[in-house]
Design a protein. Structure first.
Length: 178
């Protein structure tokens, strides 16, 4: 009768499960540090390996604006994760390379050349990867081009706390502009 023994590395002790019936292994509660090549050897005869690659969900991106004369750069960045696709939107239309728009750095930077009043408005950056999709918006204003922010515009932040659900408390921020 063949009897196998196995002992997981300390790093995997409480997360690795081995099914002796079918020889499968399951690693729970994965972290980005678990990426790599996993190998198994049986009796120095049979060897097998597999590479584990993890993709982090994207956090909400943020947009930085840089103005130099009539050229504007909007750069969409992430603090966590890596996007496989980046799209820019204005007026519910996808922005593509053209006379005034240029997309660079894998579409993460939008360059607006010779900006004028018609370029003012709300820009949305949408980023996605295989496991998540997220977006961020930015309002472009151009003083002296006919699209200044309203002089009496106020921003009010309302904080609302939802009814607690067991072990969960939801906090909602609503931003209203007048």
């Amino acid at each position: 009768m063949n009897h196998s023994t196995w002992k997981p590395h300390e790093h995997f002790r409480d997360r690795l499960y081995f099914n002796e019936t079918n020889g499968s292994m399951m690693l729970k509660n994965l972290t980005i540090g678990d990426q790599g090549i996993y190998a198994i050897t049986v009796d120095d005869y049979w060897k097998w390996s597999a590479e584990l690659e993890l993709i982090e969900p994207l956090l909400v991106p943020f947009i930085n604006e840089t103005k130099v004369n009539t050229t504007i750069e909007l750069t969409c960045s992430l603090s966590v994760g890596e996007a496989s696709s980046v799209l820019w939107w204005k007026d519910n239309k996808v922005i593509t390379n053209g006379q005034r728009y240029q997309l660079v750095q894998n579409n993460s930077t939008l360059i607006i050349s010779q900006a004028k009043g018609s370029n003012c408005g709300n820009y949305i950056c949408t980023m996605e990867n295989l496991v998540s999709k997220t977006n961020c918006s930015h309002t472009l204003t151009l003083p002296n081009k006919g699209c200044e922010p309203a002089a009496n515009q106020q921003t009010n932040i309302i904080l609302a706390v939802a009814v607690p659900i067991p072990f969960l408390l939801a906090i909602i921020y609503v931003i209203c502009k007048y």
